[in-house]
Design a protein around this ligand. Structure first.
Ligand code: NDP
Length: 345
């Protein structure tokens, strides 16, 4: 039990992912050493190259987080773990177990490996989601959600509907079950280390991980790319899309959750507020004046739509972890800049 200090070695699972690559990068920039798990050598080498000159980065191969003992070697000698690897998609889900399996086994698997091979490490942070917090069926919007809330709907939905479950509930059940598995493991095993959970809504922002085509973008950035690349029209506005947060703020929250004593045993919504298509296009027109085929709608008119939406209160992460949320305009700009560089306009 305890917090990390500069020079400590931190294991970041799924380091080749959108959020995890930023988490690894910021850890290095803050003076920590990082071991990232990746599924292939090519992904590991890409990261080595990306982080060149930033500090001490190494990678470990973990090809499938559902395999027993797959983290046994990777956890050896680390001071803390940030567990981010988990599948995130809601379209084309054939069976909820394709998401629930890796989410839950990935979480329990890494915790078991810690207990087996490194029980004296300091702390574990896992990436949960607002998916573990919201109850979309039983609590019609608008609601103000806090860390006290738990998703009451998705597990029963999946139990009742099996392979006919919606993709949304399948993903939400996977995150809810994975986070519950963390807290249950701690209750049952009473390890000497402690833990925290980070619960973001839709994460946007600069893409630094390896992606060679828009079709391969991670789910949350793919949403924003549709707006940036002119695939949306006036009829998609005002476009209530939920809540959002910038990837660099989420990465920072993971690190702060390992650094701050008071984060022990806590979950943190890291949410910067409502996400509206109208606010996205306003940001695009301001920062990319040449943007073509991007609808205009009614600039600045948000209130009527947001008053009917759910809000996830991100104040605790501000107060306890010191997160100072980036604006949507800036985050849209940083996402667009990084994607236009890769894929063109
Ligand atoms: P990415 O898809 O970019 O990252 C997911 C990572 O998990 C990738 O590195 C992926 O490896 C790895 N992974 C998935 N399944 C397996 C598996 N079976 N075995 C080994 N590795 C696996 O998504 P994000 O960065 O967005 O997501 C990271 C975490 O954040 C997830 O836990 C997600 O649920 C959570 N989250 C994300 C939000 C968002 O809006 N982006 C919002 C809330 C929570 P590979 O790249 O090789 O496929």
């Amino acid at each position: 039990m305890g917090v990390i200090t500069k020079g400590d070695l931190i294991l970041v699972s799924g380091a080749s992912g959108f959020i995890a690559s930023h988490t690894a990068k910021q850890l290095l920039q803050k003076g920590y050493k990082v071991r990232g798990t990746v599924r292939s050598e090519a992904k590991g080498e890409y990261l080595k190259d990306l982080f060149k000159g930033l500090g001490d980065f190494e990678y470990a191969l973990v090809d499938d987080i559902t395999k027993d003992g797959v983290f046994d070697e990777a956890v050896k000698g680390v001071d803390a773990v940030a567990h981010l690897a988990s599948p995130f998609y809601t379209e084309g889900v054939k069976d909820p177990q394709e998401l629930i399996g890796p989410a839950v086994k990935g979480t329990t698997g890494i915790l078991k490996s810690i207990q087996k091979n490194n029980p004296d490490l300091k702390r574990v942070v896992i990436t949960s989601s607002v998916a573990s917090i919201m109850s979309t069926d039983s609590r019609p919007a608008p609601n103000l959600y806090t860390e006290e809330d738990w998703n009451q709907d998705s597990i029963p939905h999946v139990e009742k509907n099996g392979v006919k479950s919606t993709g949304g509930h399948s993903y939400q059940a996977s995150k809810t079950l994975a986070e519950k598995a963390l807290w249950k493991f701690i209750e049952d095993e009473k390890p000497s280390w402690d833990a925290a959970a980070i619960n973001p809504p839709l994460v946007l922002g600069e893409v630094i991980h390896q992606v060679d085509s828009p079709e391969k973008l991670n789910t949350s950035v793919a949403y924003l790319w549709q707006w940036l690349s002119g695939k949306k029209s006036e009829s998609d506005l005002p476009g209530p899309l939920g809540n959002w947060v910038d990837v660099k703020d989420v990465a920072e929250a993971h690190i702060r959750a390992l650094e701050v004593v008071e984060a022990s045993g806590q979950r943190f919504i890291t949410g910067a507020g409502y996400l509206l298509g109208q606010a996205i296009v306003d940001g695009i027109h301001k920062r990319f004046p040449d943007a073509k085929n991007v609808p205009v709608g009614k600039p600045g008119e948000y209130e009527e739509t947001t008053s009917k939406m759910n809000l996830f209160n991100g104040d605790k992460a501000k107060k306890v972890l010191g997160i100072n949320y980036k604006s949507l305009e800036q985050s849209t700009y940083e996402t667009g800049e990084s994607l236009f560089k890769k894929f063109g306009h």
